[in-house]
Every structure is written in structure tokens, then in C-alpha cells.
Write a protein that binds this ligand. Structure first.
Ligand code: SF4
Length: 512
């Protein structure tokens, strides 16, 4: 065992420019990864895998330039980097944009891997970028074959996602974090502006270690709010249904008679501002109203998809789509477009009670989209006391048609709607709101509420947003509104909850 070569594979196929710029006034994340790799590797056993056209210097390291950034290409390069395929080697697999790879945690992983003669060892519950993954070379040929049957991008969770495809075939060991930090979605790696800012904020606190971040992160909510990850935009005013659990009819009256929409140039302005603010983003249409009713939905979708690191989510009733329109958007966006169709109930009477007419058209829309884009099409049902017993058959039926069945938690919109939830999913201790840390919401007129959920009942009985943080079309735009939301987040962190938040149980849920 002791004679085994340790080969470090640095995956740089998905690295962005953030990985190669100086980090915290010193070496780039990529250079730090190479330096870390040299401390673990046997002599001359650091190997970088990058896409063709990669031009960074990789001193004292091997380099494989691959055509595609998928797991098959990376694993083939890893296999080729093993000096003697007939001998057993251990491979330490890291990503080229992680400035905080931790020596102590890596030693624990290697020790566990060797002691139990594992084929794959990983750390669970730590934020991204602290731990390598360890592979035995004896698993590599099999993994290459598995990767040739499953097209999986060589992104951060690519190796784990691949192994999950046939998880019982491998001897796997796990090193668990003493505190499970996955729900924090803290990712201090240099891949996006948001994560780079988080990494810099962490570095500014002093020496960084995996043990330190486990200790500190729960006490430092300010690290979790850098730039938005999820942007709701309301693009239409009307909706073909007035659902019984939706607050929108109580805000504007019956939406079935409304036909306002956001002009394309205004939407384009929001996208341009969003791109200035953060380089990657999930854009969700429509915050309220049915996106199919927008007269230029194709234009809206193009404005999102023109930004290469933006993803589009279309939340729809499945009603009113012009023939061929969703298909052409799906073709243009491929894996960057997701369709979430609210069906709620397979039972005719139940559907009508919740949503009104249109079940057959909505179900046909799902079938039509799922036939060509099964991974991009999802059905959704809100879990409520009155539909609970029909939810399991609904789930089983649609799981047989497509992978993506979303059971959404019922939202009372800060107690503006009656209590209909089935289970209390709140954490034992209140945490600062994740929506204030990660989401932005823009209404039809450009105004930015604190979040989607912060409604309050007005003197006339109608519902309206409890506050406005700014307007996307006013001076300062989205950035000023995002900064203003920071004051609400700081209040949450200090235990002072603004009035709607006191009655809201959405604070621990996450969109992206
Ligand atoms: S606690 Fe609720 S109402 Fe308050 S900001 Fe968060 S999601 Fe919105």
C-alpha cells in the first residue's frame, strides 16, 4: 500500500477567468491548487486536465487538453496519467478554482481511503472547495465505461453524480463534517462573482481551514449574502386561472381579465443590469401571471439565453401556449431552460377546485414537452392539507412519465392566507432569511419587494407588498435595490424581524 503512487488530477475544464486572477492580493486560486497538489502528489504526479485553448502555465505538471468538459474526457485523461495501468495508484481529484483545499482534511480522507481500501472516498457536509475526492485507479476503467453511458458534465459534483449512477458497484467511504453545512449553500470557490466574493470575505477573516469554517460559518450570516443567485421577474399581469392557494387574485383582483405585460426593452434592461451585477443567474418567469400570455415570450427567452451563464425557469399553468413556441425556446436553450408546470392534482374535481378549468390542456402540455425534453420538464404540486391524500398517487403517476416531480411547500405568504400546510418544516432555530441572501424579485412596474413572500393585508382587505426596496427602472436600479435589501438581512441577522417576516415560514427555503 505504502508504495502506491499518489496522482493528483486537477480538473480545470470548467474553470472561469476568476480562477486565474490574483486572489486576496496574492496567487490565483489555480496556482494555489497547483501548490496544494504538489504537497500531496508523488514526484512528477500532478496532472491538469483542461479544455483545448487553455493557455495558463502549469509548471511541473502534466497537461491533458480535452475537447469536451464531460466526465468521460476527464476520467480518460486521469487514466492516461497513471504511469503503469497494471499497478494500483490513488488519485486525488481536485478542481482548479478552489483556493482553500485543506491539508488536514485531505490527510483524513487519504487515511480513510487507505485504511478501508476504498475505491472512492469523499467528504460530506463541508462547503465546496475544502476537500479533494479520492479514487482508486482500479475503479477508473469501470468509471470511464460508466461515463460513456451517462453524459455528465465535469463540473464540481460531476464525479459524485457519475458514481451515483451505479453506486452499489463501488466501495465508498465518507468523511462527515461535524456540522452539516450543505444547507448554507456556501461555496467559497473562484467560479462566479458571487462565490469569489464569498471566498474573499472568508479570506479577509484570517487563516482559513475546513475546521474553522465549520466552527465559524453558523455564526457569520454575513458570509452568506454576496450577490443574488435567483431572479424572479413578473412579465405578465394576466393569468388564465385564479388558483385557490395563490395570493395574486387578492392583490389585483381576478387575473383572468388582465392583459398588461412588461415590454421587451424593459425586460432587456433588467437582464443587462443583472449581468452587470452577477455573472451567473437563474431567471424565473413569471413572478406573478402566466408567461404564455406575454406577446413576445420568445424575445424574453432570448434575452435570458443570450447571457451564457444564465438559466431560465418558466413557471406555467401549461395553458395558452402558441403551437411551436415552447418547443422553439426549449430547442434554443436546451439544458439551460426548465419548464415547471403547476398541475397540483390529477383528480378532475380536485384540479378544478384548486385551479379552475384546463386540466386536460395542462396535462397534454406536460406530455408534449416531456416527450422531447424529459430532463427539462417538471410537474409541480403544492402540498396542502386538502390535497394530501391525493399527493402520493400524483407523485407516483408523474414519476412514471418524467424525473422532475416537485412537491412544493404550501406558503401562507406571511400569514396572509389561511393555514393549509401539512407539516411544520421550520428549523429549530430561526436563521436569517435565505431569500434575502439569494433572491431578487421584480414586479411588472420594475419595483423590487423585499422578496416574493413579504405580503401584508391592507386597510381595504387587499394584499400588497409590505415594503419596496427600489425600482429596476429608477436610478441605481437592481443594484441599489439589492443593497437596500441588505438592511433587512442585517436585521434578520441581529434577530430583529420586520413585520411580515415574523409570520413567514419561508425563510429557510432556497430557490437556487
Ligand atoms: S422571512 Fe419571509 S417575508 Fe421575510 S424576507 Fe424572508 S421570505 Fe420574505
Amino acid at each position: 500500500m505504502e508504495d502506491m503512487a499518489t496522482i493528483v488530477i486537477v480538473n480545470a475544464t470548467h474553470c472561469t477567468r476568476h480562477a486565474f486572477v490574483p486572489f486576496a492580493g496574492s496567487d490565483s486560486a489555480f496556482r494555489r491548487v497547483l501548490a496544494f497538489a504538489r504537497t500531496l502528489a508523488s514526484p512528477n504526479a500532478v496532472h491538469v486536465v483542461a479544455l483545448k485553448g487553455f493557455s495558463e502555465a502549469v509548471p511541473d505538471a502534466g497537461l491533458s487538453l480535452v475537447d469536451t468538459g464531460d466526465m468521460r474526457a476527464v476520467l480518460m485523461a486521469a487514466l492516461a496519467a497513471c504511469p503503469d495501468p497494471d499497478q494500483l495508484h490513488e488519485l486525488v481529484y481536485v478542481h482548479g478554482d478552489a483556493p482553500f483545499l485543506d491539508a488536514e482534511l485531505s490527510a483524513t480522507l487519504l487515511d480513510t481511503h487507505r485504511r478501508y481500501r476504498a475505491e472512492y472516498t469523499y467528504a460530506d457536509g463541508y462547503p465546496a472547495g475544502f476537500a479533494p475526492e479520492i479514487l482508486s485507479s482500479r475503479a477508473l476503467p469501470n468509471l470511464v465505461e460508466l461515463a460513456s453511458r451517462n453524459d455528465i458534465a465535469a463540473e464540481r459534483d460531476g464525479l459524485f453524480a457519475l458514481i451515483q449512477k451505479d453506486i452499489n458497484s463501488y466501495d465508498i467511504e465518507t468523511v462527515l463534517s461535524p456540522v452539516d453545512l450543505r444547507s448554507y449553500r456556501f461555496s467559497p470557490v473562484c467560479d462566479t462573482r458571487r462565490n469569489m466574493d464569498a471566498a474573499l470575505a472568508l479570506a479577509a477573516l484570517g487563516p482559513v481551514s475546513a475546521a474553522g469554517v465549520v466552527r465559524e460559518l453558523p455564526e457569520r450570516p454575513e458570509l452568506l449574502r454576496t450577490l443574488p443567485a435567483f431572479l424572479w421577474v413578473q412579465v405578465t399581469e394576466g393569468c388564465p386561472q385564479a388558483c385557490s392557494y395563490c395570493p395574486y387574485p387578492l392583490m389585483v383582483g381576478d387575473p383572468r381579465g388582465r392583459n398588461g405585460f412588461m415590454p421587451l426593452e424593459r425586460f432587456e434592461s433588467i437582464m443587462a443590469q443583472a449581468e452587470d451585477l452577477c455573472d451567473d443567474l437563474v431567471v424565473d418567469l413569471s413572478l406573478w401571471g402566466e408567461p404564455a400570455l406575454h406577446p413576445d415570450f420568445a424575445g424574453l427567452a432570448s434575452a435570458v439565453l443570450a447571457r451564457k451563464r444564465f438559466t431560465l425557469i418558466v413557471e406555467t399553468s401549461g395553458l395558452g401556449w402558441a403551437p411551436g413556441l415552447p418547443e422553439s425556446v426549449a430547442r434554443a436553450g436546451r439544458e439551460r431552460v426548465h419548464w415547471i408546470v403547476s398541475l397540483d392534482d390529477d383528480d378532475d374535481a380536485g384540479y378544478r377546485a384548486l385551479r379552475g378549468e384546463g386540466r386536460d390542456e395542462a396535462a397534454a402540455f406536460v406530455q408534449r414537452m416531456a416527450a422531447s425534453w424529459p430532463k427539462q420538464t417538471h410537474v409541480q404540486a403544492v402540498r396542502m392539507a386538502d390535497t394530501e391524500e391525493r399527493l402520493e398517487p400524483f407523485y407516483r403517476h408523474w414519476k412514471g412519465v418524467l424525473d422532475g416531480v416537485i412537491i412544493q411547500k404550501y406558503d401562507s405568504f406571511a400569514a396572509c392566507l389561511p393555514k393549509r400546510s401539512v407539516a411544520d418544516l421550520e428549523p429549530l432555530e430561526r436563521i436569517p432569511c435565505r431569500h434575502l441572501a439569494r433572491d431578487l424579485a421584480v414586479l411588472l412596474d420594475g419595483s423590487v419587494p423585499p422578496c416574493k413572500h413579504a405580503l401584508a393585508r391592507q386597510a381595504d382587505g387587499k394584499l400588497a407588498y409590505a415594503a419596496t426596496m427600489g425600482n429596476a427602472f429608477a436610478p441605481g436600479g437592481l443594484k441599489a435595490a439589492w443593497d437596500a435589501m441588505g438592511a433587512w438581512y442585517a436585521d434578520h441577522a441581529a434577530g430583529r424581524l420586520p413585520p411580515p417576516c415574523e409570520h413567514c415560514d419561508e425563510y429557510h427555503t432556497v430557490n437556487a
